[in-house]
Write a protein that binds this ligand. Structure first.
Ligand code: GLY
Length: 379
């Protein structure tokens, strides 16, 4: 080995680089020409369009997708990301985000970040302006403020409504709840939970109150993941979220974990996730998918294989698996892409079923496409 190295120093170096980047089984990936394309979770239609506009204008793929997801982070009506995200159990919004830049193989992330609207911007600055990959909690907030980010309350009235609905839904074994009127309250006709909320939040209509009641029972793990490729073959990705609603303060999901909520290797492709982060962390989902593609799987098969690993972690127990959703998104370096979902859909409040989708923009208007489901949900 030593002799060979001395005799052929370049040979060893070339072998190291090529084996790390692309083994022979994925050699076909090297021939297809890349193109401009952006994909995202279903809440990313506008994000994809914004990112594509920047990419078509010659902008960097990471600048493009961060500008794209900022639209959702700043949107008070998306209650799973950024400003207006559903809070932790104390009523405080805590955000997680990560970014990866393919051309430089760099990563940045923040977790449990409070009071800053756009955590993806902070994650990008961690990538660009520190020698670290992730900052968390108070340290992340202090650093973001030092870097000029404005501190602001991220809890909107809509999210506060949902949090109060959740607090009021809790019961001890006697049926008592500290967040509704006490035993000493004057007797009055039994009040339904909706009416009690309406008293506190008269500005909201019945539909919003019903939404809040639903959120109290089915806390969301919505998130936005966005992946981009340009015609030069450069790739980037970002994932940003307010995480699991009503979480224990300090809970960190998969979104800021490089290799779980996001992974980019522009010699192969990029992947990301939305849904129950705990399950994704246990299979290192995004990295697993990129490695699957490296070894020749299509983006669709790479995502489905990762979902099967989650099923295996529960030994196929459908009752347990039925209690959560998780989606994966993958974009290969030649522009082939897929979205895949653990379940075919989820029952809506009106009794119908949703159908999991993801957003795509390859020029022009963004569109929604169907995720490939692994399992069919019937209830
Ligand atoms: N995937 C978002 C979270 O679990 O926090």
């Amino acid at each position: 080995m030593g002799d060979e190295d001395t005799a052929h120093p370049m040979r060893r170096r070339d072998w190291i680089l090529s084996s790390a980047a692309l083994p022979a089984s994925a050699a076909a990936l090297q021939t297809a020409a890349p193109k401009n394309i952006v994909i995202a979770s279903a809440n990313g239609l506008q994000s994809c369009a914004k990112a594509m506009e920047i990419i078509e204008g010659g902008g960097d793929t990471l600048d493009a997708i961060v500008a794209g997801v900022n639209i959702v982070e700043e949107d008070p009506n998306d209650t799973s990301v950024g400003y207006g995200g559903l809070p932790n159990e104390l009523g405080v919004v805590e955000l997680d985000a990560s970014v990866m830049h393919g051309p430089t193989n760099r990563a940045g992330a923040v977790s449990a970040l409070r009071n800053i609207k756009c955590p993806s911007k902070v994650a990008k600055l961690v990538l660009e302006q520190t020698d670290h990959v992730m900052l968390t909690g108070q340290g992340a907030l202090d650093w973001a403020k030092l870097m000029g980010f404005k501190e602001e309350d991220l809890l909107t009235e809509r999210s506060r409504l949902a949090w109060v609905a959740w607090k009021q839904s809790l019961r001890d074994r006697e049926g008592n709840n500290n967040w509704t009127d006490g035993l000493d309250a004057p007797s009055k006709p039994a009040q339904k939970a909706e009416a009690r909320l309406k008293e506190l939040f008269p500005q909201f209509d019945d539909e919003t109150i019903a939404w809040a009641m639903h959120m109290a029972r089915f806390p969301t793990t919505g998130t936005i993941n966005c992946l981009a490729l340009n015609a030069k073959g450069e790739m980037s990705g970002t994932t940003t979220t307010s995480g699991l609603a009503w979480k224990i303060p300090g809970r960190v999901g998969d979104s800021p974990i490089i290799g779980a909520g996001l992974y980019v290797d522009q010699e192969v492709g990029a992947a990301g996730s939305t849904g129950r982060g705990e399950e994704n962390i246990r299979v290192a989902g995004a990295h697993t998918i990129v490695e699957n593609m490296r070894h020749g799987m299509s983006p669709k098969d790479a995502c489905l294989d990762c979902l099967k690993r989650i099923v295996r972690n529960f030994k196929g127990d459908m009752e347990k698996l039925n209690r959560f959703d998780i989606n994966f998104y993958a974009l290969r370096k030649d522009g082939v892409y897929a979205g895949a979902a653990l379940w075919s859909g989820r029952q809506r409040r009106d009794g119908g079923f949703t159908s999991p989708k993801f957003a795509v923009n390859d020029g022009g208007a963004s569109r929604l496409e169907d995720c490939v489901p692994l399992l069919e949900r019937r209830k």
